[in-house]
Write a new protein. Structure first.
Lengths: 159, 213
């Protein structure tokens, strides 16, 4: 008889019992430091347009020397949070992209986007103001089909 | 005035975090109300410090090093803020750095200027040198009536007699600087990755601010 599928090698569960965990902990600490850096970068790059809710992992309890398992949980928790933050940023990026396309179309064919309104923040631009498709010369423009995009003036004056 | 001295680190802690350091400095100074110059300095510092800076802070090397150390020690810096971030958050909440007395202002100034936290103890109530070690099962934080049990395994700042503060926590009340204090023991924790000059600068900033003569 010919065996087509070679059996999976069985991992000896005793492997690692006497292995020094120090190197593994060092590696995990490096990974945690890298993830913390990436999380910080993501948070800073999102500011001020996107509001990110950084959910604390909880389960603190004070400074202590972490075991290998605790370091792993710490690393995994950070990875999950980084993924969450990045997905929020990606969604925001896609939304901004859609809004930019919409703005381009509004500028090209205002007639097709009557009364459409986009804020500067919607296209990740700082400051106040909004683009709005409005009829030229008011009611006459509406009846004649004369539409234009107007950019409203800046931020209101501080009182 | 003496130079900052290196404290001791428990070998088990040093093995895991080889670049963690504790520095201490004895200063002859008393606490009291802040002079107008200090309050003015805090006001100027408040003007320099705004929301965007507070957000960007976590990417700066020194605050980042403390965030990483917090994570390595099992503390979530998004829940229990690092000292510099806690000071920044208080600034944003209150609309400015508020003067709370000479010592508190000096410690605040040091952490905001350098990113490195500094704490103070009453020198008369410290026995021997300071260091970092895990607490044992039978210890209490501080001595006297206000002492309370400390969870075994927590990292503490201790003298020859016992724990005086949880690492990155408040000092035990009976060892804190009081109206009777004539000399203080300043100490700072150097996170791995933070250059020693920053720690030195933090301690000197604090010492200079306490020197009102």
């Amino acid at each position: 008889m010919v065996v087509l599928d070679a059996p999976f090698p069985v991992v000896d569960p005793r492997i690692g019992e006497d292995v020094d965990e120090g190197a593994a902990r060092r590696t995990l600490r490096e990974q945690i430091a890298r993830l913390e850096r990436q999380l910080g970068d993501a948070v800073v790059s999102a500011f001020p347009q996107t509001r990110l809710e950084i959910r604390p992992a909880g389960g603190g309890g004070g400074p202590r020397m972490l075991s290998l398992g605790e370091l792993e949980r710490q690393r995994d928790g950070l990875e999950v949070r980084l993924r969450e933050v990045r997905s929020v940023l990606e969604a925001r990026g896609a939304e901004v992209e859609r809004n930019r396309v919409l703005l381009e179309r509004m500028l090209l064919e205002p007639k097709r986007y009557k009364f459409a309104r986009l804020h500067r923040a919607d296209v990740d631009m700082g400051g106040c103001g909004a683009w709005q498709v409005r009829p030229r010369l008011g009611l006459i423009g509406m009846l004649m089909g004369w539409w234009q995009v107007k950019l409203s003036s800046g931020c209101p004056l501080a009182t | 005035m003496t130079d900052p001295e290196l404290g001791w680190i428990d070998p088990r802690v040093a093995e895991e975090l080889p670049r963690l350091r504790l520095w201490e400095l004895r200063v002859e100074a008393r606490d009291g109300p802040s002079p107008p110059t200090m309050r003015e300095r805090l006001r100027l510092l408040s003007d320099r410090f705004h929301g965007a800076k507070a957000i960007a802070m976590r990417r700066e090397p020194v605050p980042h090093a403390y965030r990483v150390l917090f994570r390595h020690l099992g503390i979530d810096p998004d829940e229990d803020r690092t000292p510099v971030e806690a000071a920044a958050l208080a600034r944003l909440r209150h609309g400015g750095f508020q003067s709370q007395g000479l010592l508190a202002d000096a410690l605040l100034l040091a952490v905001i200027e350098t990113g490195v936290p500094v704490w103070a103890l009453d020198d008369a109530k410290v026995e021997g040198g300071l260091g970092i070690r895990p607490s044992t099962g039978t210890e209490s934080l501080g001595r006297g009536e206000l002492a309370h049990d400390v969870v075994p395994g927590r990292l503490v700042v201790a003298d020859d007699h016992g724990p005086l503060a949880q690492l990155f926590g408040d000092v035990a009340p009976e060892h804190a600087v009081s109206a009777e204090t004539t000399a203080m023991r300043l100490f700072s924790v150097q996170a791995p990755g933070v250059p020693g000059i920053h720690v030195e600068e933090a301690l000197w900033t604090c010492t200079e601010a306490l020197d009102t003569t």
